[in-house]
Design a protein around this ligand. Structure first.
Ligand SMILES: [Zn+2]
Length: 274
């Protein structure tokens, strides 16, 4: 009559991947990590994650939280105003961002920026205006652009094309679209980063889309603490869990996990100039 115990999920370290992977999108300065960030970073390292991109949501976050990574050269940064916070992107904020890039060589791109029509916190014209201002800043600083686009792919691509970002270093973060969208992104010379949602049983369409992405354009991310991949779905996400996303993608593409891991890692190193 005893309750059947389910098998514990495998530890990310148990995949024994080489120290060649890159986690391309993490929010480690958010409260869910405040009590154990050192352990989280250690687990990432033990699982084969060589570099981690931490996303600062605005210049204040960068200023107040970058000290968390002082002893961690493996963490580099991007900084930008998310489309759900566009009211914070004043001229003063843009000026502070410009100054931050001049001061901190660990800042490797502007992001996540773009359009979010799912939450629709702000009028679309307002979101576009701030998106464009930050795109101009990226060009001025000659730095990369990391895109957040939710339910807004058409307009996001339209803005990027109109503003002259075809064949510019652009990374489409948290890609979860179909093969047609993947093809358009690839055709424009951009990169795509695959999140843990690709492991969810219902996301057949996202797994199909993987097949049209050239292997030299693909990165792997968590977007932690959100979007945790199977087998830890429902728990807090963390950089080490990129190994499970890589395992799923590799299986879908019929290649070794190790090869996929290292290839996506090398793509991130090239894209971010690490
Ligand atoms: Zn994010």
């Amino acid at each position: 009559m005893g309750k059947k115990k389910s098998k514990p999920a495998p530890l990310p370290q148990s995949l024994a991947l080489p120290y060649t992977g890159v986690e391309s999108h993490a929010h480690l300065d958010l409260p869910p990590f405040s009590s154990d960030i050192e352990e989280v970073l250690k687990r990432a390292k033990e699982s084969g994650v060589r570099y981690i991109c931490n996303v600062f949501l605005g210049h204040e976050a960068w200023k107040n939280n970058r000290h968390l990574f002082e002893q961690h050269d493996e963490v580099f940064f991007i900084l930008g105003t998310h489309p759900s916070h566009v009211d914070q992107c004043t001229d003063a904020e843009l000026g502070a961002m410009r100054a931050a890039f001049a001061e901190d060589s660990r800042l490797r791109g502007i992001g996540e920026i773009g359009l979010d029509y799912y939450w629709d916190h702000f009028p679309r014209e307002n979101q576009k205006d701030i998106f464009i201002k930050q795109l101009h800043l990226a060009k001025e600083l000659n730095t990369r652009v990391i895109i957040h686009s939710r339910d807004a792919a058409e307009d996001t691509i339209d803005v990027l094309e109109t503003e002259g970002f075809v064949d510019y270093p652009v990374l489409w973060h948290c890609f979860g679209g179909d093969a047609e969208l993947a093809e358009r992104i690839v055709k424009n010379g951009w990169y795509l980063s695959i999140p843990g949602t690709v492991t969810y049983p219902k996301n057949e369409e996202a797994r199909e889309a993987l097949k049209v992405i050239p292997l030299d354009r693909m990165l792997i991310e968590t977007d932690c603490p959100y979007l945790t991949p199977v087998p830890y779905r429902g728990k807090r996400n963390e950089p080490a869990y990129t190994v499970f996303t890589a395992e799923c993608v590799a299986k879908e593409l019929g290649i070794d996990t190790e090869e996929l891991w290292t290839t996506c890692g090398n793509n991130a190193i090239r894209f971010f100039g690490l």
